[in-house]
Design a protein around this ligand. Structure first.
Ligand code: PHE
Length: 394
């Protein structure tokens, strides 16, 4: 006889236990009898239908009918039963759809009650479920992501020059990201970097408020706080800006920063170092060119271009115009400049006296360099993690 939900007269814990056991026994029995997908659907409707399904009846006949003082206990039990039934129905339906019954595992027992499955394993009928002639799982070897590869290569160039690698946090304070880099509060230069701020920080002083760092430059200050001059460092890392994603923008991207501080460092050192680094990275035939620019933390500031390594600087590829350099023969690679004395003021306690030391800094975007280097036309491809795309770089 099919199970029906009884009306309860007795709501004592013992009586409720008994009623719940009966219901669960009926559930198990019905699960074991399911063979086809349509059995599964009938089963689901019988237990779960809003209108008059077994769970609905339990709600009406047990919970709603319970006297006031038993309501809490009954409510809890009914919730537990509901969860059990729902889970059983879900796993049972999944199991039939997965077609596992064709491998000789009874649909109901093995899955609907985990403990039943465990029993089978424990008693040695495991062989029934395990086909040792199936091939093993192949775990493919990973490979460096093209952006990380580009970063490692570039960092390698500077390591060969005696630079060491530094890192810093991606969640940064206003102080390190802006203030100590000579962006005063409310200064318009802050607008150059569309910043993602962490919410609900208004009660803190401005300099302590958290944000996602918009550049790797805060690690300049962090390093100068802990290392006395002379220093030569490169800082690879992730940065964030409030830029909507498109073929050349992403709210998350990468930078490689460099900083050298010593006595008598000049703009000539900056040019010589970067020129050497570009030749080491792109090939000895590239040329570099510097144009005036502005950053609050460097003075003077410049942007550096390299002669287009795709068209060789001619602006044309055969009879076609060269697209990567927009026919100019030059590609903008980084921002740089001499460390502004105002920046040294923030770390002067650690030996950075701007009358004695000077330095240069630069920051570049390896994502864009990787795009150019590998001839990829959409930045988003780097971050979508489509294995068919990434595999091409392995
Ligand atoms: N931090 C600057 C940016 O993100 C780049 C830069 C770094 C410029 C170091 C000069 C010196 O735009």
């Amino acid at each position: 006889m099919a199970y029906t939900v009884p009306k309860l007269k007795d709501f004592s814990p013992a009586a409720l236990d008994k009623a719940a056991d009966k219901l669960l026994a009926a559930l198990d029995k019905e699960v074991a009898e399911i063979k086809t997908e349509s059995d599964g659907k009938t089963f689901r409707d019988r237990w779960m239908a809003r209108k008059n399904g077994i769970l609905t009846q339990v709600n009406d006949l047990w919970l709603k009918a319970a006297p006031k003082d038993a309501k809490r206990d009954v409510g809890q039990r009914v919730n537990e039963l509901k969860a059990r039934v729902e889970q059983t129905v879900d796993t049972t339906l999944d199991h039939i759809r997965g077609g596992a019954s064709s491998k000789g595992v009874p649909v109901g027992r093995a899955r609907a009650r985990d403990s039943a499955f465990q029993d089978r394993v424990g008693t040695g009928s495991y062989a029934e479920c395990l086909d040792i002639t199936l091939p093993g799982l192949r775990r493919p070897l990973g490979a460096e992501h093209p952006v990380i590869k580009t970063m490692n290569e570039m960092v390698g160039v500077f390591r060969n020059l005696g630079y060491s690698v530094q890192e810093g946090p991606e969640i940064e304070t206003d102080y390190y990201n802006f203030e100590s880099l000579n962006f005063p509060p409310n200064h318009p230069a802050r607008d150059m970097q569309d910043t993602l701020f962490i919410a609900n920080q208004e009660s803190k002083p401005l300099r302590d408020r958290l944000l996602l760092r918009t550049h790797t430059s805060p690690v300049q200050i962090r390093t100068m706080e802990k290392m006395k001059p002379p220093i030569r460092i490169v800082i690879p890392g992730k940065v964030h800006r409030n830029d909507p994603p498109d073929a050349s923008h992403s709210p998350m991207f990468h930078q490689i920063e460099g900083l050298a501080v010593d006595i008598n460092i000049t703009f000539g050192d900056l040019k010589g170092t970067l020129d050497h680094a570009m030749k080491a990275f792109f090939g000895s035939s590239v040329k570099t060119s510097f144009r005036p620019s502005f950053f609050p933390f460097t003075e003077p500031s410049a942007e550096m271009l390299v002669s287009c390594f795709i068209c060789g600087g001619s602006g044309r590829r055969g009879s076609e115009p060269c697209r990567p350099c927009k026919q100019t023969g030059w590609i903008e690679i980084l921002g740089c400049g001499m460390v502004d004395p105002n920046v040294f003021e923030f770390v002067k306690g650690n030996g950075y006296d701007s009358r004695k030391v000077s330095g240069f800094a630069f920051g570049m975007g390896p994502d864009r360099i990787a795009l150019l280097k590998y001839g990829v036309d959409d930045l988003q491809l780097f971050f979508q993690n489509d294995i068919r795309f990434l595999r091409q770089f392995a």
